[in-house]
Design a protein. Structure first.
Length: 326
């Protein structure tokens, strides 16, 4: 077996700042587990932290989501034993590793029906979809919803989740192939038009009214289209910055858009307690077990090739979820 290692970075920058570092002294302390990872999730959040868009203390590990097997249990840990299959999605940073020590309160046991790859591919994205649909916007049957990046990691979970609730889903993707994927996921309408014409397309599909909710993970490039597509008193949920952060705006912009609401939510705030985190994961596992959503693993990279995986993600060359395999 190869020596344990992690991927980390000393300063923010492009994918090339990611380095490999050997690990030793992996002995769990009070309340900790030693986990051997079998699959690690790759998320846009990782690139924001690596690039410096989101500031983190340096040097820093990378990644908030992984699944694996408990190899050792520290003092005062309750509810876990060696051999348990577990997953986590709220960090702390350092999931890009073959092994790690982690607070037992941060992890959940995986049901027998959920594989490690499924967990690593869906936990962060799926729990993000859970809070966005069920607790942030509180979508109801008949609500009209525009989903940007509908074939991406979160988008490909949002679309079937929204349809299961009874929403009318307009999906938008960057290519015709990705729009077709969104249609296969259940979207009522799947668009791949330029942002400059998206507002008109959405208005045409909604009888001129616009949609009640917009889920926007794109950021700067989609901001004006999102504002233009939303109905009066609707809500714009800006939950990502794939093209960079949204431009500065004022309250008067929201008035002109139709007295709309804007929120910039974070999974960490909606899973702020251990109870919220476990409840969100349980809801996701239920949706997976019911077949309402299914993991869409678009690519797998060796953990040592994390930099190449970051390049592909930032170039929007990926669909569904990307995994790093230790």
């Amino acid at each position: 077996m190869s020596e344990p290692f992690r991927i980390f970075f000393r300063e923010p920058g492009g994918p090339d700042v990611l380095e490999r570092q050997a690990l030793d002294n992996l002995i769990p302390g009070v309340g900790e587990l030693l986990v051997r990872h079998t699959a690690v999730g790759l998320n846009f959040l990782d690139t924001y932290q690596r690039s410096g868009l989101y500031t983190v203390p340096l040097p820093s590990g990378v990644g908030s989501e992984a699944a694996g097997v408990v190899e050792a249990v520290g003092p005062e840990v309750k509810g876990f034993t060696a051999g348990d299959r577990i997953g986590y999605f709220l960090g702390p940073l350092g999931a890009y590793a073959t092994h790690r020590l982690i607070d037992a309160r941060r992890v959940v046991k995986l049901p027998e029906t959920i594989s490690a790859e499924t967990a690593a591919a869906t936990m962060l994205k799926g729990c993000t979809a859970e809070f966005l649909v069920e607790r942030c916007a509180r979508i109801q049957p008949g609500h009209s919803v525009l989903v940007h990046a509908a074939a991406g990691g979160v988008g490909s979970i949002l679309v079937p989740w929204l349809k299961a609730i009874g929403a009318i889903v307009i999906a938008h993707a960057g290519t015709e192939a990705k729009a077709a994927m969104a249609r296969e996921l259940g979207a009522d309408h799947a668009l791949w038009c330029p942002m400059e014409t998206l507002t008109a397309e959405v208005r045409a599909l909604t009888g001129g009214h616009g949609v009640t909710f917009v889920y926007d993970a794109i950021g700067a490039a989609s901001w004006q289209a999102s504002l233009g597509a939303i109905a009066k008193r609707g809500m714009l949920i800006s939950y990502g910055n794939a093209s960079g952060p949204v431009p500065p705006f004022s309250a008067i912009d929201l008035l002109r858009a139709g007295s709309i609401y804007v929120t910039r939510p974070s999974l960490f705030d909606y899973c702020a307690s251990e109870e919220e985190m476990r409840a969100s994961a349980a809801r996701l596992f239920g949706m997976l077990e019911a077949g309402t959503i299914a993991p869409r693993i678009g690519a797998r990279y060796p953990l040592a090739e994390a930099a190449e995986a970051h390049r592909a993600l930032e170039a929007r060359e990926t669909t569904g979820s990307t995994l790093l395999i230790p």
